[in-house]
Ligand binder design. Structure first.
Ligand code: NAD
Ligand code: DAU
Length: 353
């Protein structure tokens, strides 16, 4: 693969992926198509390695003429599709954008790829998806495997499930060479501070309450973002067309345990802070409607077929993440100053008090 179209490459995982492939693949040229919604920023793409192999295009994945033109002009032979509305709480308060971008956007990309690529088989459409499509596990259920039936619970999860089905159908019906990865919760540098880990970290540094939804015993499977990027690149190069691969971090702490671990890291870094012990800031707030109780990923397929496994333990990944946010206060401050960010915090949290 020489010319890769990355969609959503100015967001959290997409920008980490762009950085990753520019580093590991010295021949690849990346075209990065991103609409720069509230979640995307050119600040996430600063100091890229070898920036002349990266072309940024601000645009919408639903703009079919634009997508077709990019595929032709840049002789794209692989699409890595991250662009999405990604936050469950936002999907509960306003689902429409999720249907438009996640469903219609994916459909538009598939149509553009089918039109421009025709019957070519030396190309790849790789779709980034989530473990949330599988629904919620009871405490003793086995982890999600690639054959677990879909049972999405939130509008976000339902929109991602719909997009997965479309991708699979284009592979089956038209022979488009597609692969799908379903991944668990990512964390690490450049994650927008509306998600659990950066939100708790930044609130704790400011001495603000740490809003744990419900009893905090919900379980997620956490993966350091760089490990996710490595898995995607492996699937792109060696994954079989038509296949789905589950990706996860092989660890499943409860939310409250994660928040406590972050607080302990901050106590260690700032023993003299007036907010130490930071765990005293933990506040239980009203739960997310329809909140999935437990996710866990069975990653045996990608491990045995492609030899991937997460490189970071949770405590290593959390330490790196804390270091990154502390070293990038200007990045954080720029988001904190934004009116749309403040409005979101007010809208999501005021109602939970
Ligand atoms: P994000 O919200 O940080 O970034 C999404 C990016 O997509 C932003 O840069 C945004 O500007 C762009 N975008 C949104 N709508 C667009 C449109 N219509 N056209 C072009 N660009 C558009 O998301 P993320 O957390 O980096 O997630 C990336 C992908 O990975 C998503 O598909 C998500 O479903 C999936 N995923 C995320 C996680 C996670 O823990 N964050 C886990 C598994 C899967
Ligand atoms: O599982 C993969 C998914 O992980 C991705 O597909 C999504 O794009 C990504 O946003 C993430 O979804 P979650 O809903 O799991 O992530 P979030 O960070 O919003 O929440 C993680 C857990 O923490 C969840 O159980 C809700 C809880 N939570 C979250 C926030 C923002 C709180 O208790 N308090 C909070 O303030």
């Amino acid at each position: 693969m020489r010319n890769v179209l990355v969609t959503g490459g100015a967001g959290f995982i997409g920008s980490n992926f762009v950085r990753y492939i520019l580093q590991v693949e010295p021949q690849v040229h990346v075209v990065n198509l991103d609409a720069l919604t509230y979640a995307g920023s050119l600040e996430n793409l600063r100091a890229l390695p070898d920036p002349e192999r990266h072309t940024f295009v601000q645009g919408d994945i639903r703009d079919r003429p634009l997508v077709e033109r990019l595929l032709v002009e840049h002789e794209i032979d692989a699409i890595v599709h991250f662009a999405a509305e990604s936050h469950v709480d936002r999907s509960i308060l306003g689902p429409q954008a999720f249907i438009e971008t996640n469903v219609m956007g994916t459909f538009t990309l598939l149509e553009a790829a089918r039109t421009v690529w025709g019957n070519r088989r030396d190309v790849r459409f790789h779709h980034i998806s989530t473990d949330e499509v599988y629904g919620s596990l009871a405490p003793d259920d086995p982890p999600f495997s690639e054959t677990t039936p879909y049972a999405p619970n939130s509008p976000y999860a339902a929109s991602k499930a719909a997009s997965d089905h479309l991708v699979r159908a284009y592979g089956h019906t038209y022979g488009l060479p597609v692969t799908i990865t379903n991944c668990s919760n990512n964390y690490g540098p450049y994650q927008f501070p509306e998600k659990l880990i950066p939100l708790m970290l930044l609130n704790a540094l400011e001495g603000k309450p740490l809003p744990v939804y419900g009893d905090g015993q919900q379980v997620r499977d956490w993966l350091y973002v760089e490990d996710h990027c490595e898995a995607i690149w492996l699937v792109l190069r060696r994954g079989a067309p038509g296949e789905t691969y589950n990706i996860g971090g092989d660890n499943q702490p409860a939310n409250l345990a994660i928040v406590r671990q972050l607080c302990a890291l901050l106590d260690e870094r700032f023993p003299d802070s007036p907010h130490t012990p930071h765990a005293d800031l933990i506040t239980h707030v009203r739960d997310r409607p329809g909140h999935d109780r437990r996710y866990a990923m069975d990653i045996r397929k990608i491990r045995t077929e492609l030899g991937w496994r997460p490189r970071h333990t949770l405590s290593e990944g959390l330490r790196k993440t804390v270091d990154w946010y502390l070293a990038n206060q200007d990045w954080v401050e720029a988001i904190r100053q934004r009116e749309d960010y403040r409005a979101w915090m007010e809208r999501n949290y005021a109602a939970r008090e």
